[in-house]
Ligand binder design. Structure first.
Ligand code: NAG
Ligand code: NAG
Ligand code: NAG
Ligand code: NAG
Ligand code: NAG
Ligand code: NAG
Ligand code: NAG
Ligand code: NAG
Length: 590
């Protein structure tokens, strides 16, 4: 019997003959400019400021690298980083060096990683032009390969996928540079005895999307003219390699008892405890349908969509929740490859899928949901999901809106979505009451103290906020967690709610920047209008989960105190009554 992967590989190779394109070399090379460059309006096309946002947002991923840095397509751009964690995977005899640190510390986490890789690959698929006009395609290639090469190493056999490297408790006890990272750094695999349906499927989705991106296949959801999505990235060898991992992961997820990885491996649940897999299965199946041009995956995607009742939700789009992306990807599939639905015996139903997507967007934008709200200055929030990183859900929603707008059912809708997206982009880029520009290194008002151990230069948790007074390295391109619901931002390193950085916080920004670049009428990022020095740390206390207020107690504590006082009063009243009784009785001379 011929394995299906081989058939798929041969089909792919037959469809897209091998060509020798040159290995991509950055030309010209890019280095982030000084933050003061953010004060100048762009005067040329492509927009210089958006090109810098794109360049810096990818540079951030270089600063997060783990392993031997002087590898990959263009080597190491971040002089202050050193090789690190060179024994990762040794406890399982697997090479798990490389990849990226997830956030401000030194854990490597697969689930948020693959969400990030999916988002970047998917936006590059439809807006690769933004990367090429800004001369960032080689850096895109380098970034994606750094992530996907590690992911493929973390998938050494069909069912085994490493979901985390580094123990959260050990890692959380260390704050310092990259030369003395806390050890041991255990690796955590899922496998057929300890399944991880969500992480298998989410990884498959990301790999399938990248396979499509590297395939040189035509993918044109916006126009009838069939153009390869991203011709200069084409590499059929790499595309086939990615697809092989994607199909094997999906097969395991589809044939093994379905369990969340966080249930199978409780030790990793504290970092990223996923809440389900229906969205991941649908996204993986649909991505595989597009990458393989096989309707059986489309049939699966449709089945997961129904089985997990994904219709009509108003969920956030983030590392744990991909249903909103499924809405948009179904619309893209209907337009880019209608033969997939037909081959599965299903209606293409472009208008039906548009209705699904627009129902979602309209309910959020019009405030018709109970799980969303907006800050006074207009930042879109999801209850709970936005509490620890307010900008992340808003940016993810913005990316979806911009991606979807050209496919909307009417020009009015399209304009409405683009306009709402613009309000969120403006907010992040400085149109907010704090006058803060929430991308590190883009403007003099950008955060100076993101919560990043290697960038800070500090050692130990004592005086985390002031030691040193300012981060010694600028973590260019990092989007911070963001302001609180009162639109204020404390640039304090110890406030991880507001100041932490993470791969997934940066997932949407390269795509958004590429979309702005692809549209020559896009205005500059708002920060060019923000005067330097107009941001300052607010007075008072932030009162968030990282820094709960001393003088403003949580509701539970207040309730406890009120109950305590009442109990005390009852006790005192009882004692007085008892004393009076005694006296009365005494008075009676008992
Ligand atoms: C294509 O990708 C393969 C696998 O990563 C790599 O070995 C090869 O150098 C790439 N070819 C070109 C021309 O970039
Ligand atoms: C990298 O190594 C150099 C030289 O030892 C050191 O000064 C620097 O702090 C290290 N970088 C980090 C992020 O720890
Ligand atoms: C399967 O995964 C579990 C949980 O991570 C791990 O303890 C076990 O060693 C793995 N089994 C194999 C054969 O790798
Ligand atoms: C990509 O496809 C186009 C036709 O759609 C073809 O002209 C081009 O040579 C292909 N490039 C590569 C590198 O496969
Ligand atoms: C996908 O397969 C169908 C036949 O099932 C074919 O007509 C179509 O051209 C293929 N599309 C691509 C992009 O290869
Ligand atoms: C996934 O599993 C179902 C039922 O177990 C099967 O019908 C379906 O064909 C499988 N999907 C693929 C793509 O093999
Ligand atoms: C098209 O999609 C809508 C959901 O938006 C659904 O109600 C309808 O049944 C679908 N039609 C077909 C023929 O699948
Ligand atoms: C391009 O940007 C302008 C200004 O923001 C906007 O009005 C227009 O709708 C955008 N065009 C497209 C095709 O997105």
């Amino acid at each position: 019997m011929v394995p299906t992967q081989l058939v798929e590989l041969l089909t792919l190779l037959a469809a897209f003959p091998l060509l020798s394109s040159a290995q991509l070399t950055p030309s010209p090379t890019y280095a982030p400019p000084s933050p003061t460059a953010g004060l100048a309006k762009s005067s040329s096309t492509p927009n210089t400021q958006w090109a810098n946002v794109l360049g810096n947002s990818l540079y951030f991923f270089d600063a997060q690298r783990s392993g031997k840095l002087d590898q990959g397509t263009y080597g190491n751009r971040v002089a202050w980083r050193n090789d690190s964690a060179l024994n990762d995977g040794s406890d399982y005899g697997v090479d798990l060096t490389g990849g990226w640190y997830d956030a401000g510390d030194y854990i490597k986490a697969t689930f948020p990683l693959v969400h990030t890789l999916f988002a970047i690959s998917w936006s590059a698929l439809t807006h690769g032009q933004g990367y090429s006009i800004a001369s960032q395609t080689a850096y895109l290639d380098g970034t994606l390969r750094w992530g996907y090469d590690w992911l493929m190493k973390a998938h050494p056999s069909d069912d085994v996928l490493f979901v985390q490297v580094g123990d959260s408790d050990i890692d959380n006890s260390y704050w310092g540079g990259d030369r003395n990272i806390a050890t041991p750094r255990p690796a955590f695999p899922v496998n057929s005895s300890f399944p991880g349906t969500d992480v298998w499927a989410a990884s498959s989705a990301a790999l399938a999307m990248a396979s499509l991106l590297y395939s040189n296949a035509t993918y044109s959801p916006f126009a009838s003219s069939q153009q390869p999505a991203n011709p200069s990235l084409s590499n059929t060898t790499y595309s086939a390699q990615l697809l092989d991992h994607a199909t094997r992961l999906y097969t395991v997820a589809n044939t093994t008892k379905q369990v969340s990885f966080a249930t199978s491996i409780p030790a990793v649940a504290s970092a990223y405890g996923s809440s389900g897999w229906g969205d991941d299965m649908a996204l993986a199946a649909l991505s595989l349908a597009l990458a393989t041009n096989q309707s059986r995956y489309y049939a699966d995607a449709y089945r997961w969509y129904g089985r997990y009742s994904l219709t009509g939700t108003s969920f956030v789009y983030n590392w744990d929740s991909k249903t909103p992306a499924v809405f948009v990807l179904f619309v893209e599939a209907a337009r880019a490859n209608p033969s997939l639905a037909r081959g599965a015996g299903l209606a293409v139903n472009e208008t039906g899928w548009q209705r699904e997507a627009e129902n979602y967007f309209d309910r959020v934008i019009n405030g018709q949901t109970t799980n969303t709200y907006r800050t006074g200055a207009g930042l879109q929030l999801w209850r709970g999901d936005s509490d620890f990183a307010s900008l992340n859900p808003a940016l993810a929603f913005t990316m979806l809106l911009l991606k979807y707008a050209p496919m909307a059912s009417s020009i009015d809708k399209s304009n409405q979505y683009t306009a709402f997206a613009q309000t969120q982009i403006d907010y992040v880029m400085g149109k907010n009451p704090a006058n803060a520009v929430y991308m590190v290194g883009s403007h003099p008002n950008s955060p100076k103290n993101p919560h990043s151990a290697p960038a800070s230069g500090g050692t130990g948790f004592t005086n985390l906020r002031t030691n040193p007074p300012q981060n010694i390295h600028t973590l260019y391109g990092a989007v911070v967690g963001g302001p609180l619901a009162n639109d204020l931002y404390w640039d304090w390193r110890d406030d991880w709610v507001q100041a932490e950085i993470a791969l997934d916080y940066n997932a949407a920004i390269p795509g958004i920047a590429a979309m702005q670049l692809a549209n020559s009428s896009s205005p500059d990022p708002y920060y060019v209008n923000v005067q330097a020095g107009t941001y300052s740390i607010p007075s008072g206390q932030p009162c968030d989960a990282a820094l709960p207020c001393g003088n403003r107690l949580p509701a539970g504590a207040i309730a406890g105190i009120v109950l305590g006082c009442l109990a005390f009063l009852v006790l005192v009243a009882g004692l007085i009554w008892w004393g009076r009784r005694r006296r009365r009785y005494s008075g009676k001379g008992v």
